[in-house]
Design a binder for this molecule. Structure first.
Ligand code: BV8
Ligand code: ZN
Length: 242
């Protein structure tokens, strides 16, 4: 499943960076965005995950996020998440860059996490940016900040910029990585999808682990097709036993 070259590069590696997408949470039961059960299938992204849609119809957008939050509350990390926690402990300089907002990497025990697209369990005021952890509200009245502003999920919507510091640190990690993994992402959403490309340009050995080929499959050094929940624990075992 893994080339000897990959194991050799990992044995020598000082810096390892990982980019994950919705696919790593699929085996936990969280629907991906663009797959068969994809979240977007039932809801059109332009209706839900952008700021104007929220201002136009905050109730509908909140319904979608509450639906996802309730689903995420019932799931737990899978062997793929846990294998990444073990892999993090093997390298002096490791970082996990995730596009996911489902909090499962944190729950699994990953420490060095950069959340590119925010976190669905966090909320903030549209006007004054005040942060709110859990907020409860009924269908009638939308959640409001004490300044009167609407409270929104603290995630990055389409057309919104990613948090500057997180993005800068993620590209810096890609730049200096000896081995870069792209796991469970269709690699279409920018600027996250540029990270594996940047890593390869800067000299990293880039490995894709994904259920199906993607737009970067022909570009990476090694593509492993399959489920991350199975592949990552196998990779962990191979690194330790070799
Ligand atoms: C921005 C949070 C500056 C919300 C999300 C440059 C070029 C082209 C377009 C753009 C560009 N720059 C900006 C854009 C526009 C846009 C964009 O990229 N559009 C795409 C669709 C073309 N980007 C933006 O708007 C970004 N903002 O760049 O700001 C700016 C500002 C204004 C104008 C221009 C620029 C903001 C993007 C962030 C959007 N927010 N999420 C929420 O979650 O509710 S993105 C959303 O997609 C999730 O975060 C998700 O993680 C992410 C990426 O999707 P994937 O994770 O890859 O999921 P997907 O379902 O697609 O794929 C899953 C894969 O897993 C599949 O391949 C499947 O085969 C595989 N899989 C399934 N099961 C398994 C598995 N693999 C392994 N094991 C399994 N078991
Ligand atoms: Zn406020």
């Amino acid at each position: 499943m893994f080339s000897d070259l990959l194991i050799k590069r990992l044995k020598k590696a000082k810096t390892v960076a990982v980019l994950t997408g919705a696919g790593i949470s699929a085996e936990s039961g969280v629907p991906t965005f663009r797959g068969e059960q994809g979240l977007w299938k039932k809801f059109r992204p332009e209706q839900l995950a952008n700021f104007n849609a929220f201002i136009e119809n905050p109730k509908l957008v909140w319904e979608w996020y509450n639906f996802r939050k309730n689903l995420i509350r019932q799931v737990k990390p899978n062997p793929g998440h846990y294998a990444l926690v073990k892999i993090e402990n093997l390298f002096t300089d490791f970082c996990l860059i995730t596009q996911n907002v489902d909090n499962l990497h944190r729950l699994a025990g990953s420490r060095r996490i950069y959340e590119l697209h925010g976190n669905i369990m966090r909320n903030r005021c549209v006007d004054c940016n005040k942060q709110f952890d859990e907020i409860l509200f009924d269908d009638e009245n939308l959640p409001r900040c004490d300044c009167g502003g609407l409270i929104r999920p603290d995630v990055v919507w389409y057309g919104e910029s990613l948090p500057d510091d997180v993005l800068t640190k993620s590209f810096a990690a890609a730049d200096k990585s000896d081995v870069f993994f792209s796991i469970g992402t269709s690699a279409v959403v920018q600027p996250a999808a540029s990270l594996p490309v940047e890593a390869k340009r800067a000299g990293a050995y880039v490995v894709e682990i994904n259920f199906e080929p993607t737009v970067i499959t022909n570009y990476v050094d090694e593509s492993i097709i399959g489920k991350s929940g199975k592949i990552l624990p196998e990779l962990m075992k191979r690194i330790l036993n070799d």
